[in-house]
Each structure stands twice: as C-alpha cells, then as structure tokens.
Design a protein around this ligand. Structure first.
Ligand code: NAP
Ligand code: MG
Length: 402
C-alpha cells in the first residue's frame, strides 16, 4: 500500500513525560507506517523551552498561524518543584497560556464516547462540547478588602480626561469589593469561534449568561452574540439545519441535565471552568476528552485535555510497566490530520483519520483497554493492556480496516 501524501506540514508540538513517550509510540505504530507524515517539529519539552528561553513556544505559535493546523502533546507548566527538577532559568509560563494568548482562541472540549464507558447522566447519548471563553472576568480581577465604613466606587477616566463614576456600596463596616472587565473585541471573537465551530461540526449552539441580574455586563455578551448571529450567521445556520439558542444560565444547567447531548455549550470564563470539569467527569474520564483551540481567523490547535501523567512517567523511568491511556492523544492527531485533509483537499487523509478513530474505539469496545477504563467499564471480561500493547492492538484493527 502506498503511503498517503501530504502537501502542507502540520505544526507538531512535542511535550513532556509520559505523554512524550506515548507521542513517539503513536507516531511509530499508527502514523508513520501509513502516512508520508509532513510536520514542522517544535520541541515544547521543558528542557528545550528552558534552553531557548521559551522562544520555541512562541515560534510554534507563529508557525501555527502560518500553516493553520497544529497538534500538541501535553506539557509541564513549571512550578517550584519543577524549577529544581529541571534546573530551570525561570519559571516559564504555561505553553497553553502563551499559545492561547497569541492565537486569541476559544477552547472547545468534547468527550470521546464509546460503548462500555457510560456517562453518569443516563440520558446523555451524544457528546456535549463545552466552549469556554478564555479571557477576563474574575480571572483578571482587582480585589480590595474594606476595613471599615466608607464608599466604594467604580471610576472610569476616558483618554480625553472625562470621568464617569458609579457607587458600588456605602459600607457601614468591613467588607470586600472586586472589579472585573471584559472587552467587546474578545467577546466578539469568542462568539465567532463558537458560531464557526457549530457550523464546522454541524451541532446546535447554546449560550447562557445571567443577563437578568447583570443587566449591563452579562447583557453585553448576550447582545454581541445576537448581533453577530443575526447579521452573519443566521442564514448559514438555517442552511446547515442547526440552531443558536440563548437562555439564562440556570435554565441552561437544568436543560443540560435533561438533554440527550449532541450540542455545543458556550460558557463565560467562570461557568466554562466549572462546568467543563462537571461535564468531563460525568462522561467518564479526562483521558477520553479532546480539546481544540480555535482562533477567530480559523487556525486550529488540537491536544488532549489531560496533563503529562507524571505519576505514570516516574514508574516508566523505574522500568515498571504503565497502562496509560493514549486515546485523547491519538484523537488530537486524527483531528489535526482530518483538518489538514479538509483544507488541502486530501480525502485519503480524512478517511485515514476516521479509520484510526474507529480502530481505537473498536479496540475498547472489543474489551481491550488501559487500566483507567478497565476500572470503570460496564463491559465484562475485559483485558487490561499496558501502554504499548494497547497501541499495538489498535494497529491490528487499523490494518484490518485499511
Ligand atoms: P494529569 O497529567 O492529567 O494526571 C492526573 C492523573 O489523572 C494521573 O495521575 C492519572 O491518574 C490520571 N490520568 C490523566 N491522564 C491519564 C491518561 N492518559 N491515562 C491514564 N490516566 C490518566 O495531571 P497532573 O498529574 O496534575 O499534571 C501533570 C503535569 O501535566 C503537570 O506538570 C501539569 O503542569 C501538566 N498539565 C499539562 C496540561 C496540558 O499541557 N494541556 C494540562 C494539565 C496539566 P492515576 O495516577 O490515578 O492513574
Ligand atoms: Mg476547572
């Protein structure tokens, strides 16, 4: 069989620890034998980030903007312990944060559904994709403790010197205040990323805020979404047979629990932070969750939602056997390859991505899986495989389907 040819390179961002081990296994077993893989390689492993003063992260984000599609391995976000472990020059910032800021993106997270791993919510039949606005609100706040009686105000000084003020509260004793902000520009790109993603994946889009209480702040989100939808997306949604639905956040939460799934739920920053953890754990496992960063200019970066699985890596270093789930990392590759195939009009690449995903899911449905899934599956008589054997088993199924 001839290997599938690619025209434009994928931006490949390698990473750290156990996921770096899986990354190589996936390439060797599941990609390189079948695809003439074209990538522009960036090593985002912590050692290389440290050597290049994190320039490699910036370069990889620039390459993503140039080529349009990237696939990223999980990476270490340094903390105090990592400073000594890796003898770092600086506590480098989270690569995801750096890349997100440069691409100005929205993060979409979706569970990978498979027979035998059942959601806790029994009526959830299809995945629920969470779209989280990743700028502002309480994540970029200014807070103050109030020690005693006095007046707290919001003061805005325009560039022309004119001043607008509003009273927050007349304190008669100690308390607290907090100032938060967002920007129309950022909300605008959040809205567009959500509308484009809904069209791309042919799923309904839900959006909710607390606009009845927050009559200016949250209402602004609602208005910007509605205006962009009416002007630029309504006809496209009609043509695709999908809908945009706005409701109050409390109503959304109640409806999500009763729904079947199969839609995108767009959330403000805090709601998205909290709800994505709830939705992902209710669907089964962080190792069965894809994550893609989509920029308003239509640039895509695919990754797994979990981290570098440090505990397993230390076992691996001691020569002990690991059973680390590679599904989310495989799906990061298939997502990126499929998108490259769509953009470059290489149907064989899209078909390959579909078949690799099918082979992965049918391996699990056939009762062969890693330990994390074996512990929660409803299937009986399952075989628990180590990290490498699970990938080899997927390869057998893939070869049979090609
Ligand atoms: P983690 O790597 O997601 O792992 C936490 C635990 O979840 C693991 O110890 C393991 O549980 C389970 N787990 C996660 N992924 C798994 C998989 N694929 N297969 C099987 N089990 C899996 O989170 P962490 O240990 O808190 O963080 C480790 C490093 O990852 C940190 O340095 C952090 O900065 C980084 N991180 C990176 C990203 C990213 O690049 N997107 C995201 C989050 C964290 P058991 O040990 O019980 O088996
Ligand atoms: Mg959270």
């Amino acid at each position: 069989m001839d290997k599938i040819k690619m025209t434009t390179p994928l931006v490949e961002m390698d990473g750290d620890e156990m996921t770096r081990i899986l990354w190589k296994m996936i390439k060797d077993e599941l990609l390189l034998p079948f695809i003439d893989l074209k990538t522009e390689y960036y090593d985002l492993g912590l050692e290389c980030r440290n050597e290049t003063n994190d320039q490699v992260t910036v370069d990889s984000a620039n390459a993503t903007m140039k080529y349009g599609v990237a696939v990223k391995c999980a990476t270490i976000t340094p903390n105090a312990a990592r400073m000594t472990e890796y003898n770092l020059k600086e506590m480098w910032k989270s690569p995801n944060g750096t890349i997100r800021a440069m691409l100005d993106g929205t993060v979409f997270r979706a569970p990978i559904c498979v027979k035998g791993i059942d959601p806790c919510v029994k009526n959830w039949k299809k995945p629920i994709t969470l779209a989280r606005h990743a700028y502002g609100d309480v994540y970029k706040n200014t807070e103050m403790k109030i020690d005693g009686p006095g007046k707290a105000e919001i003061v805005f000084t325009a560039d022309d010197g004119s001043v607008t003020r509003a009273t927050i509260h007349n304190f008669d004793g100690p308390g607290i205040v907090q100032g938060v902000h967002n920007m129309d520009r950022s909300i605008d790109s959040f809205a567009r990323a959500c509308f484009n993603f809904a069209l791309d994946t042919k799923q309904d889009l839900w959006f909710a805020t607390k606009d009845t209480i927050s009559k200016k702040y949250d209402h602004n989100f609602k208005d910007i979404f509605q205006e962009i939808f009416d002007k630029e997306y309504k006809e496209k949604f009609d043509a695709a047979g999908i809908t945009y639905f706005y409701t109050l956040i409390d109503d959304a939460v109640a409806r999500v629990m009763k729904a079947e799934g199969g839609f995108i739920w767009a959330c403000k920053n805090y709601d998205g932070d909290v709800m994505s953890d709830m939705v992902s754990s209710a669907f089964g496992s962080l190792a069965m969750m894809t994550s893609v960063l989509v920029s308003p200019s239509g640039v895509y970066e695919y990754e797994a939602a979990h981290g570098t699985v440090q505990r397993h890596y230390y076992k691996h270093l001691k020569g002990e056997e690991t059973s680390t789930n590679s599904v989310a990392t495989i799906f990061a590759w298939t997502g990126a390859l499929r998108k490259r195939g769509e953009l470059d009009n290489i149907p064989a690449l899209c078909t390959f991505a579909d078949k690799l995903e099918k082979a992965t899911l049918s391996t699990i449905e056939g009762g062969k899986m890693t330990k994390d899934l074996a512990l929660i599956t409803s299937l009986e008589n399952v075989t628990t495989l180590n990290s490498a054997d699970f990938i080899k088993e997927i390869r057998k199924n893939l070869e049979a389907s090609l």
